[in-house]
Ligand binder design. Structure first.
Ligand code: FMN
Length: 311
């Protein structure tokens, strides 16, 4: 049984308010991160816009908005607005590897220029009302950069350093590098959170450090929403019935708000939901081409009636 914090990873295009809302019903996750939003000086958002982003979430303390920014003014503005709306903590995305992000010196590009990032943190931290969480990678080009990154963050007191244990150039390919994390992350004065390729309880068992705050889980939480409860050693109840309810709750939420965009989102989710079935590929094939609400609902009912689950 683990007393560690379990966090839901931000995943743009996959994890949104309905996923968070219905995962809260299952339990096991202490904090849930929203996908990144741009916190630019030029596009200072009104509170109304940010309120819309949080609409439907009652328990704001467990929600952590994520900001993508290389502007101290922009970051402070958005973060403090979210604080006014009840979010106790914000996350700074310093890990996004997408070229359209890094070309503008945002996301993982901030790991390439530690002097500039340090100056931004110096400017932001004294003005920030919520607690600051930062999500990074092991490095931009190579995991050899990780010790210098940890050292730079040691100049500050932050809530946590979340490490996706790949480099930016790796994007999402290859394996997460636990070895470098275990060897180097204990040198962080700030608490650290491990992220990368956690799909079962056994995947967290070898990650033990004195300053380890917990684990962040993305894809593994979509394929198995009980993973937080399992890591905590808590009762999951009837997993098959609860998983069906979870999928249907999300589906109904999207369809009640109209079908535009819903199919794509649900299909993206089902790429992972289908991993909960023994015949994963056959299950996903039932939905791949469906573009009609009723046909989609029928296909999902058929999947739950006819296909055996792995749990
Ligand atoms: C489709 C997709 C969208 C993502 N969106 C974000 C994001 O908005 N912010 C972020 O920090 N990381 C994002 N990530 C990275 C994840 O948060 C996480 O670090 C990565 O998937 C590794 O964790 P996992 O192995 O548990 O999935 C995204 C990853 C994927 C595959």
């Amino acid at each position: 049984m683990s007393g560690k914090t379990v966090q839901l990873a931000p995943m743009l295009g996959l994890i949104d308010i309905p996923f968070i809302k219905f995962l809260s019903k299952i339990g096991g996750f202490d904090e849930m991160f929203l996908p990144y939003m741009l916190a630019d000086e030029k596009s200072l958002a009104h509170r109304r816009v940010l309120r819309q982003r949080l609409a439907g979430i009652d328990n704001r303390e467990i929600i952590v908005p994520q900001l993508l920014s290389n502007s101290a003014v922009g970051f402070v503005h958005f973060a403090n607005e979210f604080y006014e709306l009840g979010c106790q903590k914000v996350n700074w995305n310093m890990g996004c590897p997408q070229p359209f992000v890094t070309e503008r010196n945002r996301g993982a590009a901030m790991l390439r220029d530690l002097e500039n990032t340090k100056a931004l943190l110096e400017a932001v931290l004294p003005k920030l009302n919520p607690k600051l969480s930062v999500k990074i990678r092991l490095g931009y080009n190579s995991a050899d950069e990780f010790p210098a990154i940890v050292e730079m963050f040691n100049c500050f007191e932050i809530s946590e350093l979340i490490v996706h244990t790949r480099t930016a150039v790796q994007q999402y390919s290859g394996y997460a590098d636990r070895t470098t994390f275990i060897a180097e992350a204990s040198k962080s004065k700030n608490e650290v959170v491990y992220n990368g390729d956690i799909f079962s309880v056994s995947d967290v068992q070898d990650i033990q450090l004195p300053n380890l705050k917990g684990y962040m889980i993305g894809r593994g939480a979509i394929a198995n929403p009980f993973i937080g409860l399992q890591i905590k050693g808590a009762e999951c109840g009837d997993r098959q019935a609860r998983f069906r309810e979870f999928c249907l709750d999300i589906q109904n939420w999207y369809f009640e708000r109209g079908t535009r965009g819903s199919f794509n989102r649900l299909k993206e989710l089902w790429k992972y939901f289908s991993k909960a079935f023994k015949l994963e590929n056959e299950v996903f094939a039932q939905l791949r081409e469906v573009e009609d609400k009723q046909a989609f609902e029928q296909a999902v009912d058929r999947i739950f009636a006819e296909y055996e689950m792995v749990f």
